[in-house]
Structures are given as C-alpha cells and as structure tokens.
Design a protein around this ligand. Structure first.
Ligand code: MEV
Length: 422
C-alpha cells in the first residue's frame, strides 16, 4: 500500500518520531532504523538547528591529502568525498609539485556581488544615472545593516548599475559589491540587497523584484600555479599529452565538463570538509568557465622552455572560515584547524591549489595508462565491502579481484565464500 508523504508540521516532531514515520513509510527494518539513530560527531541537537526535518546524519569519508607545499608552507588537506582515488591522486600530484617548489597562489579581495533587479522603469538609462548619483547614500544604508562586518574592515564598497535586455524588455540591475572578509557572505549580502530596495524604488520609480547574491563571484577569485618537472611526470611525451588533453577540453564542452569535474573533485572535497557551500562554489566555477560565452577549461597547461609542464587555475572561490556550518559542524572546525588557515582568502588559495593538483593527476593518468587501473584498485575495496567482506578479508578479496581483473560484486561474493571457508 502506498502511503501519503503529506505531513503538516513534520518539523515539530522530535527526531525519534520523525524516524518512526520514515521507518513506517519506507518499510525500514529495525537495523536500518538503528542506522539513523547514529549521529556521530555532529549531534542531533546541532543538526536539527542546521536544517529542517532532520532524521539522520549522512557520513562521508574524510581523507587527508599529504605533500602539499603552498607558497613555501606545508599543509595537510582534509577532503570529504565518497569517490576512491581522489585523495591519493591529489597527494601524488602535490608530491611531484613539491620537487619544483610546490604551488604558488594569490587571490583577490573577498568581494561578493548582490543583485537588485528593478522592473517597470520607463527610462532605464536615466534611472542608472540617478542610482549612481546616490551611490554614497545607498552604500551607507547597506553598511548600516552590518556594523560588525564594517568594524572588521569589510562592507559594501562599490555600486554598479547595468541596463540589460531581456525577453520582457529592458531591466535595470543594481549591483552592490560587498567585501565579506572571512565570511562566505551570502547572509550579509542578501540583507544589504533587501535593505536598499526601497531607496532604489524611490530613486527610479520602478519596482524592485529580486534581491540576491550572485554566485558568479568574479571579484572573489583564487589563483594557483605550479610547475611539474617533465622527469617527475614521466617524460616529455606525458607533458605533451597533458597539453593536448587540455587543448581538447578547452575546445570541446563535452570533454570540458568532465575536465572541470576533475578539478571540482578536489575543490568540492575541501569545500565540504570545511563546512562551506559546495553548490555555491560549483555554480560559480561553471559559470566562470563559460564567461566568454564558450564553456572552457578552468585550468591552463603549457610546456615551458625547459620542457616542463606549467599549470594554472583561476576560479571564483567564495568560502568562509566564520559563520554557517564552518562554525556549527565540529568536524568542519577541525578541518579548518588542520589546514591552519588564518583567513578566508588563505583557505580559497589552498582549495585552488588542490583543484590544480587534482586536474594534473587526472590528465596525467588519462594521457598515459588511463584512469581505470589505479581507480579500480581502490574501487575493488568498495566492491569487497559491498559483497559483505569485513576485516582482513576486504584487502584479500580486493587484491584477488585486481589480480583477476574482475572487479565485480558477483566475483567478490564467490571469493568471500571461498575465503571464509578456510
Ligand atoms: C573522475 O571523477 C574525474 C575525471 O574524469 C576527470 C577528467 O576526466 O579529467 C578523471
């Protein structure tokens, strides 16, 4: 019998009651119900305040990438990700990079853009002029909303106004440029955008509709560069292969989506580990990659005069080290402590270095033996666990699956049966 998912006031129930409801709805077993009761380091009390209708906690492995040397400083990188090979690949690329000085990084200030959409303006260019004339008043009003941010040296810095053509006619778009310092800044920016709406209506005679941050954070960029020695990479042919692989991505959006996904494997894992907003970063990254109108690579790869490989990555990186889940999730706090970053910009630069390392590792594998061999070695362990193996049997079965080149659950189950008999 199918049950209704309609439930008013689900949020009012205690977590245990919600779990009972979902158990009944989803025909969960007692053991499955039990899984939902394990909260781990993030208590239900905190989780229940982070989002609505909490019924459990989804654990994701937290790995540690090693070997990173960034601007001359050694860093250990916590990465939260479910995909095998990513942490090992990042560590491997970082090991190669450190022989030539590691990663060099820079960043812009932490400036986010808040957009205010004005519709129903008959004279948009005149409106633009008048809004810009009131810049100081509007910035002051925005800054009145967040005295703490202002006291920390941040706040609304600039105002820009664009008149855009849309399917329903011309629109005036006002943009507040806000220095968010060490916060991701969405709350601060959205509050400011809402606060100036009325004044903008008075100035323009139009009607303000949307008031929201843009995730295309072009004024909050992080950059990383590294030189990878041709000898460490495995020779000049690999360097050329990587440059050709990059050219493929830069020219073709089908390849480029996967190429950039490889970068985001590293980026998103650190963003998640530090309790930051993975969707904001993903949205910004892909929009930035398409900013010319042609979706292209976030990284660049060139061969230097000496025949070594030079890689760069530039991308928006709206991450914070204060507020949000960075403050409430104890593991995110720990990740930030391990990273030992003092500012949001430092975190953004570290993440960018990880993205570059991740891309190098993927391209190097793809341009040589392919990714499946290394990937499958790690994947085999997951298959063994999926087949029911525990303890030592996981590695024994995984090794056998790799040796036989049969990384499949049915074979893992057979091996489990065989190995368990003796
Ligand atoms: C897999 O998660 C990521 C890669 O597909 C990236 C790439 O193709 O560059 C290996």
């Amino acid at each position: 019998m199918s049950r209704s998912s309609e439930f008013t006031g689900f949020y009012k129930l205690p977590v245990t009651e919600r779990v009972k409801f979902v158990k009944d709805f989803g025909n969960l077993t007692d053991q499955e119900e039990e899984l939902l009761h394990h909260s781990g380091p993030l208590s239900f009390e905190v989780a229940d305040r982070m989002i609505e209708n909490v019924i459990g906690i989804l654990p994701v492995p937290l790995g540690l990438a090693t070997n990173f040397l960034i601007n001359g400083r050694d860093r250990l990188i916590p990465m939260a990700i479910e995909e095998p090979s990513v942490v090992a690949a990042a560590s491997n690329a970082a090991r190669i990079a450190r022989t030539t000085g590691g990663f060099n990084t820079t960043s812009t200030e932490s400036i986010m853009i808040g957009q205010i959409q004005v519709v129903g303006v008959s004279d948009p260019q005149n409106a633009r002029f008048e809004i810009l004339k009131s810049t100081e008043k509007l910035l002051n009003l925005a800054n009145d909303q967040d005295p703490l941010l202002v006291s920390l040296g941040g706040g609304a810095r600039e105002l820009q106004v664009r008149v855009i053509d849309t399917a329903v006619g011309k629109m005036v778009i006002v943009e507040l440029l806000v220095d968010c310092r060490d916060a991701m800044g969405a709350n601060a920016v959205n509050t400011m955008a809402e606060a100036v709406a009325q004044m903008i209506e008075q100035i323009t005679g139009g009607r303000v509709l949307l008031r929201i941050i843009s995730n295309l954070a072009v004024r909050r960029l992080a950059r990383a560069k590294a030189v990878f020695s041709k000898d460490q990479l495995g020779g000049e042919a690999i360097v050329e292969g990587i440059v050709d692989a990059y050219a493929f991505a830069a020219a073709d959006p089908f390849r480029c989506a996967t190429h950039n996904k490889g970068i985001m494997n590293g980026v998103t894992a650190v963003v998640l580990a530090t309790g930051n907003d993975t969707r904001a970063i993903e949205a910004g990254a892909h929009a930035y990659a398409a900013r010319s109108g042609h979706y292209t690579s976030l990284t660049t790869w060139e061969k230097s005069k000496e025949g070594n490989l030079v890689g760069t990555l530039e991308m928006p990186m709206a991450v914070g080290i204060v507020g949000g889940a960075t403050a409430s999730n104890p593991i995110a706090k720990l990740a930030l402590k391990i990273l030992a970053v003092r500012t949001a910009r430092e975190l953004a630069e570290v993440i960018c270095a990880v993205g570059l390392a991740q891309n190098l590792a993927a391209l190097r594998a793809l341009a040589s033996e392919g990714i499946q061999r290394g990937h499958m070695r790690l994947h085999a362990r997951n298959i063994a666990i999926g087949a029911g193996a525990t303890g030592d049997l996981i590695d024994r079965i995984a090794a056998q699956l790799v040796a036989e080149r049969k990384i499949r659950v049915d074979r893992a189950k057979e091996l489990l049966y065989e190995f368990s008999k003796v």
